[in-house]
Design a protein around this ligand. Structure first.
Ligand SMILES: [Zn+2]
Length: 184
């Protein structure tokens, strides 16, 4: 079903191929001279696909919820509840960040957005049907790079199950320096 959303999308990442969870970045073959901001957007799906996935995940869409999600989808970068509330409030008085945060929390459970725990922000998921995304965070230019960690999480869960532990939330974030920043 989700494949139809990729029709017409540019730069659909190779990482979407089943079971591959490499550390290769999205987009065309990476070149050392390419700057992070020049990369094709990592957002792989059109907005309507997120509405569809959300509905399947139990989200009941209201204009306010759609606006919150669209703000993140448009930005395609990590944003906090205060920033989103500020954007939505332009011209009509500020929206309350708490209300925005509740939306983001629901979106996270439906896998529409990824929490960026280290930066206390959220970012649109490149593909909500992927079970687990990890995030590479550049401390220098503040870029983020999602990495499909589904197969690693499956093997982690197997090992945890052997110890009788039931995981609820698994997150993986790595702070470091991206390729573009290393050459400067
Ligand atoms: Zn960087």
């Amino acid at each position: 079903m989700r494949h139809e959303y990729f029709a017409g999308s540019t730069g659909a990442p190779q990482a979407h191929s089943q079971g591959s969870a490499t550390l290769e970045p999205f987009g065309p073959p990476s070149r050392p001279d390419i700057k992070d901001r020049d990369r094709p957007p990592m957002r792989a799906l059109p907005f309507e696909a997120y509405l569809f996935h959300g509905e399947s995940g139990g989200i009941r869409w209201s204009p306010h919820r759609e606006n919150v999600l669209r703000a993140l989808w448009n930005a395609n970068r990590p944003m906090g509840a205060y920033e989103i509330a500020h954007i939505l409030g332009t011209g009509r008085g500020p929206k309350h960040p708490t209300v925005v945060y509740r939306c983001l929390h629901a979106f996270q459970h439906a896998r529409l957005v990824l929490p960026v725990i280290t930066w206390k922000r959220f970012v649109i998921s490149p593909d909500p049907s992927t079970v687990c995304w990890g995030l590479l965070l550049c401390k220098s230019c503040r870029s983020h790079l999602p990495v499909d960690l589904t197969s690693q999480v499956v093997s982690l869960n197997t090992r945890l199950a052997e110890r009788g532990f039931i995981p609820r939330d698994v997150s993986a974030e790595v702070e470091g320096v991206c390729r573009a920043c290393q050459v400067h």
